[in-house]
Design a protein around this ligand. Sequence first.
Ligand code: PEP
Ligand code: MG
Length: 891
Amino acid sequence: MNQSVYNFGGGLRQDAPRSRDKTIVGGKGANLAEMAGIGLPVPPGFSITTEVCTAYNGAGKTFDDALRAAVADGLKHIEAATGRSFGDPANPLLVSVRSGARVSMPGMMDTVLNLGLNDATVEGLVSGSGDARFAWDSYRRFIQMYSDVVLGLDHHRFEDALEIIKEDNGFFADIEMNAEHWQALVKDYKAIVEDQLGKPFPQDVHEQLWGAIAAVFDSWESDRAKVYRRLNDIPADWGTAVNVQAMVFGNMGDTSATGVAFTRDPATGERAYYGEWLVNAQGEDVVAGIRTPQYLTTAARTRAGAKPLSMEEAMPGAYGELATVFDLLERHYRDMQDIEFTVEQGKLWMLQTRSGKRTAKAALKMAVDMVHEGLIDEATAIARIDPMALDQLLHPTLDPNAPRDVLTRGLPASPGAAAGAIVFDADTAEHRASLGESVILVRVETSPEDIHGMHAAKGILTARGGMTSHAAVVARGMGRPCVSGASALSIDMTTRTARIGDRALKEGELITLDGASGEVMAGEVAMVEPELVGDFGTLMVWADKHRRMKVRANAETPLDCQVARQFGAEGVGLCRTEHMFFDAGRISAVRQMILADDETGRRTALAKLLPEQRADFQSIFEVMAGLPVTIRLLDPPLHEFLPHSDAEFADLAEATGVGVDHLKRRAGELHEFNPMLGHRGCRLGITFPEIYEMQARAIFEAACDVAEKSGDAPIPEVMIPLVATKRELEILKALVDRQAALVFAEQGRTLEYLVGTMIELPRAALMAGEIAEEAMFFSFGTNDLTQTTLGVSRDDAARFLGPYVEQGIYPRDPFVSLDIDGVGQLVTMAAERGRATRPALKLGICGEHGGDPASIAFCEATGLDYVSASPYRVPIARLAAAQAALAASQL
Ligand code: PEP
Ligand code: MG
């Protein structure tokens, strides 16, 4: 049986590695132990391990005697270190109880403070602190918090009771309440508890403690925690630890304070302490947005034009000590820290440290700066950036020249611009976003219940809350633009209207947020494309130095190719030629070709398409000069191009001179029951070779033309889709080679080119050894390979895959992140068999998975030569490929 409780603080050296291991004692517990171990002032406490959580939730939610004994020992440790006793009316020990998983999880029970207070110990607190007002206020806070998070009682009645006392006495603010008022409120609170619970508020301090411990473990199984786990890929079996720690008080008068701080600016990455504090307040007051916190540093206060003194000014001694701790912690962890502290009557206490959440921009700046400061090396910098977070930087920002109708300004809580329709609650946000609408979630303040709505929204706007409010922290973590604390904003939920000054905005009206400036604007403001310079550029240079695989783009227009090149693509991995067929100017010729009665009719229509296709390829080759361009011949079933409406049929009849009835009959003949497995891919080339002949000719003519003009010959890679057998490829490769030979003879030049195939059917993977006799390259079409291996239709999967992922049947959507266990085996096998036949066989991936970091790591391990992703994902793929290569080299 593993040790279930680890003590920290009170002079312990924390030698046991498990006492500092976040998988065992949670992130919070591990960091408290680590801080205490390096001699920082940490209130003494103990952590109950995550293993206990898993056992408790798996075994009927009970605690055994061994655990009870270990917790009793933990309490003794705190008692010895503080000189107080738990439940002792003369000299009571009070504790906080907090949850703490491996990673911080806003979905879970957070904190119960002041635990250990009851009708007897409160008197001890009165005499011990000499402050009756403080003691009774602490007791009422404890009852309220415990009732809310442990007993699950409705918090409104507590708030109402406080309002009534204030009204009865003509008070406006809590500060006007004296000890007797708080004492009276305690009486009211206890009556509310008894009324709702059917029994009195627990007076036994041990019952209080075990109730809180159970509540933490139960919260691991709450719906909110489950949603958060699903969104963040956190396994259910990690469990959470419980941290029990001696209370220190930031609300013991004007020499006491509490605050949160970052060692660098989490929004910009700037190397400056950054944070908020409140004098005479308890921890939760800062994050809950109830009182508006003050700036930590004088520089930040001055910049914001704020009046209330910074901590640097008001408490220079404690601030100086804090600044020393900041530097020490950064050097110790070699990363930006997010810190919670309390000053109790002038004495500084550290309550938490962890690697701080940051925006992508800040993450880049910090990583690059820390390399330059000698704190970390390039490989660490590369590993530290979440590739998906780059997404934040790869998307448009507000056009500085666009007109702006600024409604108000709040705090710039999470950068990036977003425009969308106003919604006032998380469920509406999720619903409207699922219908494809861009929405902005507008709330007074957010809470963990809103997570799904924040995720669905393009941006978040709140009326209350500082830079470290829930909305701000979560939005930064998710990469959603957020403006918080827009105090001019009020929301009327009955009429579902937001008011800003004299402007009224109904749900559904458009607004734009600039999370970098805090501006809130009416309507939709124009945006501009991002530029990849500065820290981004530096990190990309490092990533490129450390990666092995090439990164190409899936692109079919010159514009896409330009974006892709600008993002660093080293060629095109997939040009889907059918998208060119849909072009408004050509669809008529395409339809003519499809509906033609015979080959002659088809050839006539194809002749019209040839110059158009040639021009497409020319411009793509020009943009991708000197780089490989993989062009895939026509893939989708022909009926996809057919007219649908009567008007479209009438237009086509006029263009072709063929009657509508005849056209409709031909269209009917092309109908398929299961088009995904039907007349598509290379089957079109086998049955209508003239289509592929035209496309091949267009490719080679365009390549010769560009070579002639620029001297920088492109390297076309002609790709045959949906191949299942060697013979299919043999026939079609001969067709392509014939066209190449014809064109080269006509043009009087020869160019290098490759013919290869997609591996997107299980049979192709199985027969890869044989297919490689014909193919010069394989490109894994993992969209179709996933569809055909799982027997799950790509077009219908969205309707049922959600519950599959929720129930852990697939760990993630297999169309987003490769099913490595299943589909991955086919990829590995095809790569091995293909290379056994043809050692120089070029291998790449062009399914959506080519832009997914986990799948990219798999591609690295499988030895692919390149991944191909959509243009905006190219930088993500470059970074993920570097991370994969570095991880592989460290094995
Ligand atoms: C694939 O199947 O993975 C692929 C890239 O082709 P498409 O998505 O066009 O079917
Ligand atoms: Mg495919």
